[in-house]
Design a protein around this ligand. Sequence first.
Ligand SMILES: Cc1cc2nc3c(=O)[nH]c(=O)nc-3n(C[C@H](O)[C@H](O)[C@H](O)COP(=O)(O)OP(=O)(O)OC[C@H]3O[C@@H](n4cnc5c(N)ncnc54)[C@H](O)[C@@H]3O)c2cc1C
Length: 131
Amino acid sequence: MKFVIIGGDAAGMSAASRAKRSRPEMEVIVLEQTEDVSYSACGMPYNIADADREMEDLVVRRADVFRQKQGIDLFTGYVVETIDRQNRTVSGTIGHNREPFRFVYDQLLIATGGVPSSPTCRDSICPASWP
Ligand SMILES: Cc1cc2nc3c(=O)[nH]c(=O)nc-3n(C[C@H](O)[C@H](O)[C@H](O)COP(=O)(O)OP(=O)(O)OC[C@H]3O[C@@H](n4cnc5c(N)ncnc54)[C@H](O)[C@@H]3O)c2cc1C
């Protein structure tokens, strides 16, 4: 059983850890586009406000701990660009060289977070001050 997870922050690494705990024989693969996993976005405002705080302190658990202690196949610098649901594959590129990769999955979790959007304003209910 191959469980592939796209995104290695709060949701992705929680799911990966839980999957490995409940089914140690399962092959759990995490593909994260940055070099950082499991960092505390919630702590960022404190670091921005206080120049003496180290950015490293935001990292809750390092990539190597997930790899070595938990047996999760964690790949950083892997940007997923395509999901082929019919053939059950994810593919994309690695790092600056943009070398291609492809993984086959049995189960897939997309844990890529959210993107904020501004609400649109319909004319009839739009206040004059709306930007
Ligand atoms: C400043 C700030 C303060 C916050 N404070 C709090 C708080 O006090 N309490 C609270 O509960 N929550 C807080 N949050 C929210 C909390 O950080 C988020 O809810 C949480 O990080 C969401 O986790 P996630 O894994 O769903 O998504 P994300 O943290 O967004 O992680 C998604 C991951 O997917 C990766 N990814 C995206 N696309 C791809 C791709 N194509 N290929 C490979 N990887 C990809 C990204 O690089 C990222 O690492 C705060 C957030 C911010 C920014």
